[in-house]
Ligand binder design. Sequence first.
Ligand code: NAP
Length: 250
Amino acid sequence: MQTNLLILGGTTEATALARAVAEAGLAGTVSFAGRVERPVRQPLPQRVGGFGGTDGLATYLRDHKITHLVDATHPFAAQMSFNAVAAATAAQVPLVALTRPPWRAQAGDDWTHVPDIGAAVAALDRAPCNVMLAVGRMHLADFAPNPQHRYLLRLVDPPKTALPLPLTETVVDRGPFSEAADTALMQAHNIDLIVSKNSGGTGAYAKLAAARSLRLPVLMIDRPAQPERSELATPADILNWVHHSTDLGV
Ligand code: NAP
């Protein structure tokens, strides 16, 4: 059977993998959830939208004769990752995840770890301050119980509906970001505190380097649990796995 990858994307790493797959002359498709209006253009065909749960993904794998499934989603996209493992098992398609290690605090960092979004919201039950809320559009409503803060938001698309927080300033931009620009942004908005997901990777790290240089505290939201699966770190590792995948798999 001809190799035909499905890459679950939405990350810088997925785009890098798609480039490597295209350059290697392999067939594949990149899948997006459809959360952003203009997904980064891929060097492979792309599809957009949910599959309809585990069963829908298993059906897609069979119908499109997918030979390898690569979960290159964001570490906080845990639902998709659990669905991917279940669907790959059902459709008997080998699966691997392309993952990036979590960020770790280093000398000069002032991080407080919280286990999830709910704990971050609880930690913001305090006197008003200026918060850079770097959690993505989907989770803004979770922070509604703390309307006293002035929130600096950085969103990929301009908001189309009223934001669920009363005091916000919005910057529309997409990474990768630089430490110098993020330092200037934090200074311009008198930021007192940064709320960040522990996404890992390079594209969104700048805010943490900027926080260190400005000696600002960071509320770091730890990653959700992920399913048991094989994990690899680079596109080259994935290509190698594709070539030797009969020994690996789900
Ligand atoms: P999620 O909660 O794990 O997934 C919810 C549902 O969205 C899934 O069950 C699936 O719908 C659909 N979905 C998710 N990723 C998909 C993909 N790559 N292709 C097709 N359908 C997908 O995911 P999320 O946290 O909302 O993230 C959505 C997407 O944004 C992911 O692809 C992720 O890589 C990207 N992203 C997420 C974050 C983050 O912080 N969560 C940050 C940057 C990028 P069905 O059940 O209908 O198949």
